[in-house]
Design a protein around this ligand. Structure first.
Ligand SMILES: Nc1ncnc2c1ncn2[C@@H]1O[C@H](COP(=O)(O)OP(=O)(O)OP(=O)(O)O)[C@@H](O)[C@H]1O
Length: 263
C-alpha cells in the first residue's frame, strides 16, 4: 500500500521514513530518574534515497533505530514508514532490519536460519530456499550453508545478518553498523551488494563508523551528537572524492563544534 499525502499543488508519496520530534528516555536504576538520550530528533528519508546516520559512540543512533523498529517506546514524537505508524506489523513488513548485534540460534545453519526468518515473513518452499541460497551467495557465505552458526566468526555472523535483512526484498533497509566485523574484501562485496539493492529502488537508512563506505554509498548524511541532529549534508563531489578523507574531516569538525556548544 502506498500512502499519499496531500501537498500544496498535488499529492506526493509519503516519505520512506519520517521521524518527527523523537524523544527517548531510558529508565534509571532504583531511585534514579529516567535519562533522556534522544531529544526532539526530526528527519526524513525519501523513497529510493540512501541516508547515512552518523554520530560518535553513545550519540543515540541505535536508540533511534530501535524506536523506528518499535523496540523502544518514545516519550514523545512520531515515526512513520511509508506513511504507516512505526512499530505496527504493516510498517515492520516494509523493513529489512539488521540490529547492531545480531544473535542467532547457534545450532542452526545459515540456511536453516534464513528459512526460519523467511517463514516468519510468509515465504515458503522452493521460492524461499532459492532466495536464501542466492542471498548467502551474495554475502559470500556460499559453501557454508550447512555449517552450524556456533562455528561462525563475528564477520560471518554479520554477513548472515545482512542476508537476513534482505530476505523478502524489503522496501526500506534499516542497518545498524552494517559492516561491523566484516573484513575489507567482505566490505567491498557489501558495498557492491548495497549498490545493487539501491539500484532496485530500495531505500537504505544505515548507521556506520566506516566513513569511506558512507561516502561511497550515501546520497546524504545526518550527523547527531548527544541525541540531537547537529548537521545534515548532501554527499556532493567534494565530500565523496576530495583529497584525503573529506567526510571524516567534516565529521570531526562538526562533532568538535557540537561538543564546544554543549559544554
Ligand atoms: N538499554 C539501555 N538502558 C539505559 N541506557 C541505555 C540503553 N541503551 C543505550 N543507552 C544509553 O543511551 C545512549 C545512546 O546509546 P546508543 O546505543 O543509542 O548510541 P549509539 O549512537 O548507537 O552508540 P554506538 O556508536 O556506540 O553504537 C548512551 O548514553 C547509552 O549509554
Amino acid at each position: 500500500m502506498t500512502v499519499l499525502r496531500l501537498e500544496e499543488g498535488g499529492v506526493r508519496p509519503a516519505a520512506a521514513l519520517e521521524v518527527r520530534g523523537l524523544t527517548v528516555a531510558y529508565k534509571g536504576g532504583f531511585l534514579k530518574p529516567a535519562r533522556q538520550v534522544v531529544h526532539d530528533l526530526s528527519f526524513s528519508v525519501q523513497p529510493g534515497e540512501v541516508l547515512g546516520f552518523l554520530g560518535p559512540n553513545g550519540a543515540g543512533k541505535s536508540t533511534t533505530i530501535k524506536a523506528i523498529m518499535g523496540f523502544v517506546l518514545p516519550e514523545m514524537g512520531e515515526i512513520s514508514v511509508f506513511g504507516l505508524p512505526a512499530g505496527t506489523a504493516e510498517a515492520k513488513a516494509k523493513i529489512g532490519y539488521l540490529p547492531e548485534v545480531a544473535l542467532y540460534y547457534p545450532f542452526l545453519t545459515p540456511l536453516e536460519t534464513l528459512r526460519l526468518y523467511g517463514k516468519l515473513q510468509g515465504l515458503s518452499g522452493k521460492a524461499l530456499d532459492d532466495q536464501a541460497m542466492e542471498l548467502l551467495r551474495r554475502v559470500g557465505l556460499e559453501g557454508r550453508e550447512k555449517q552450524q552458526l556456533r562455528t561462525f566468526s563475528k564477520g560471518m555472523q554479520q554477513r548472515l545478518g545482512i542476508a537476513q535483512s534482505l530476505l523478502g526484498k524489503p522496501a526500506l533497509l534499516v542497518l545498524d553498523e552494517v559492516s561491523s566485523g566484516v573484513d575489507p574484501i567482505g566490505r567491498r562485496h557489501l558495498r557492491e551488494l548495497l549498490g545493487e539493492v539501491r539500484k532496485q529502488g530500495t531505500t537504505i537508512f544505515f548507521s556506520s563508523h566506516e566513513l569511506d563506505e558512507v561516502a561511497q554509498l550515501c546520497d546524504r548524511v545526518i550527523l547527531i551528537y548527544g541525541g540531537k541532529v547537529v548537521a545534515e549534508h548532501e554527499m556532493d563531489a567534494h565530500l565523496r572524492s576530495g583529497i584525503g578523507s573529506p567526510l571524516e574531516s567534516y565529521f570531526v569538525e562538526t562533532m568538535e563544534q557540537a561538543a564546544r556548544q554543549a559544554a
